[in-house]
Design a protein around this ligand. Sequence first.
Ligand code: PMP
Length: 402
Amino acid sequence: APWFSGVEVEMAPPDPILGITEAFKADGSADKLNLGVGAYRTEELAPYVLEVVKKAEAKMLEKGENKEYLPIDGLAAFKKATVELLLGADSPAVKEGRVATIQSLSGTGSLRVAGQFLSRFCSGRTLYISDPTWGNHKAIFTDAGVPWKTYRYFDPETVGLDEEGMMADLKAAPEGSVVLLHGCAHNPTGVDPTKEQWKQICDLCHERQLLPFFDVAYQGFATGSLEEDAFAPRLFVEEGHDVIVCQSYSKNLGLYAERIGALNIVASDKDSAARILSQLKKIARPMYSNPPVHGARIVTEVIGNKDMFDEWKGEMEMMSGRIMTVRGELYDHLTRMAPEKDWSFVKRQIGMFSYTGMTPDQVANMTGKHHIYMTKDGRISLAGLSSSKAEYLAAAMVDSVR
Ligand code: PMP
């Protein structure tokens, strides 16, 4: 008998986010619109390679670099560039050498390595994850063997932060727990704490001895400013917390498929950071051995060259600006078509997404009747919307919620 007939392998369901792209590709309608995955598109709805990335790649080709293995913890120049981009070049934590940084496989891979570290060294600690959160978080930490619970985050009444619920749940968490926070542009809600609220969360982490764990997947994409978007992790580090931060260059440099990102663990002294880094390497080595070099070189070139760095900032402002523009257009169409409803959340939400509050049935109508693909939780990626399609989307939304 065939060997695999002797083992039971059930069909797994399609991925809640990437499975949508598969369904979208199979749809023959000319009206179809993929607002599922968070990937930036041009007004013509084409994928976009940043000009500055093309320049960096041309330089790399000229240099004729080899394809030798990187060290387990990645390209040294990349590690320096990425931690400085996150915390600032004159961050005392960086200068004092108390940040353990490992280049990893973009945001997801960095989160997975961090999860493995937590399950190996911090067993018994629970990870608190916002409700709702990015569809992959729970699976990542479940697979890494990290026990997790959720904390309240979103208030559907106000379509804003459930500040009271969040603070109450974090207060009730056992001392020494770990809290996963989205550094900026919370996915899927687009609702971020204000600076004042971040300060309160920071104080609460001190009070309850909680370890802040930031997922920074959108630095520069929320407000268009790299500095502004790093406010929260910088605040917590300045306030003396030990902190974990995962970074991704998928969105802000458009390097989705290059799988480039980093895990940074900020410790209280150089010796702890060195021991932590040694263990991160021990985790990565049997998992994937060492990370890919191409994306690391691109990031290093761009950050290390003043002209290219400025050009990158310009392109980021352009991308985040285009998303803000289509937000405004979508809001205008919605308000014109269904003035009895309050659509202001569309404009208030930050980052790539709008969390519409649509039910699974309404989402099914969006897809089945209007060929608009989006996640079942009612999230639409505005990065995949163009000005010319905003009216079509608005009409479908109004039809689905009425
Ligand atoms: N965290 C969050 C909150 C995200 O939205 C994403 C991308 N969708 C990621 C992490 C990681 O993405 P990647 O692995 O492509 O860097």
